[in-house]
Design a binder for this molecule. Structure first.
Ligand SMILES: [Mg+2]
Length: 313
């Protein structure tokens, strides 16, 4: 019995540790946040970025891990390297970057389809603390998740698959490699590509997704770039709450303007977002029950990271 209690306390301590996060409430947060008390799971839709949002801020990103993987040909890596050198090539930006990157992938036939699982497995791409728990909770509640990413669908889906998170409620709206019989990418769709600068086209690009879920009028939008909120730009909604991830950027002013709340740090946790979901649909898990007891019957402590500002470590 004592051992079981000890194990439970250890689980709780680990849970609390992963909950540690520093965040900032921005203008309008409290007003918008209060509307969540009236939202039900069947009203909710989640639109999220992938790179450095569902993964940690210091993770390799979709295109990087294809271009940097040692199992890619040296020729391909050499030709791609300038695209990853932002300091030396400040002019290669905007939509042109994606055109050049995808042209190289097609020209050199990289990455071969059969290598994608290994590339992802060996990459420095780590789930952000709390992201897998959040995705699990959204799956349990059958809340649709649209991942709008300027990365690569093939990499995102493989990453989610390897982490047991590629569930039926998840739809990926990103750039997809179209393979031929020789397992080499021949084209990349859509054309024009989905980039950080064109996320507002997600509504049109994912029209069947939005048609299917047209009755869901509460949006939860997550992203680490200020343009990530554009993914929800043309989507009709009654309520929208956005959470940004500043990662290691030194200046958070743009994020404070773009998002309703901003989580700080490359490893800032997503579990407070999961707590928002818990508020919409309270869970029945043992850990949560224990958490509630430890908080003397109140859920306020587990929600504190996203309640009164500014919560801190
Ligand atoms: Mg991102």
């Amino acid at each position: 019995m004592a051992g079981a209690i000890g194990a439970l306390m250890l689980m709780y301590a680990k849970h609390k540790d992963r909950m540690r996060t520093t965040w900032v409430a921005c203008e309008g947060w409290h007003r918008k946040r209060s509307t969540f008390s009236f939202v039900r799971a069947e009203h909710l839709l989640v639109i999220t970025d992938f790179d450095a949002t569902l993964t940690t801020g210091d993770s390799q990103q979709c295109h990087d891990l294809c271009a940097e993987s040692p199992i890619m040909s040296t020729d391909f890596r050499d030709k791609f390297a300038p695209l990853l050198d932002w300091a030396a090539n400040p002019d290669i930006d905007g939509v042109e970057w994606w055109d050049r990157a995808h042209a190289l992938m097609v020209r050199y036939g990289c990455p071969k389809r059969q290598l994608i699982p290994r590339i992802v497995r060996e990459a420095k791409m780590t789930p952000r603390p709390g992201s897998l728990e959040l995705l699990k909770r959204l799956e349990e509640l059958d809340i649709p998740v649209l991942i709008v990413s300027a990365g690569l669908s093939d990499i995102i889906e493989e990453f989610l698959r390897q982490h047991g998170a590629l569930s039926e409620n998840v739809t990926v709206c990103s750039n997809r490699l179209n393979y031929a019989a020789d397992m080499s990418p021949k084209t990349v769709s859509p054309e024009p590509p989905i980039t950080s600068f064109t996320k507002q086209y997600a509504y049109a690009s994912s029209s069947s997704f939005f048609e299917q879920h047209a009755a869901r009028k509460t949006l939860l939008v997550l992203g680490d770039s200020v343009t990530d909120v554009d993914a929800s730009k043309n989507v009709p909604y009654d309520h929208c709450l956005s959470v940004g991830f500043l990662n290691s950027r030194p200046d958070g002013m743009a994020h404070a303007k773009a998002f309703d709340a901003v989580v700080l740090g490359d490893h800032g946790s997503l579990l407070p977002v999961a707590d928002l979901i818990d508020e919409v649909a309270p869970p029945i898990g043992i850990l949560r029950q224990f958490s509630a007891k430890a908080n003397m019957g109140s859920r306020s402590n587990s929600l504190s990271a996203f309640s009164p500002p500014p919560a801190a470590d």
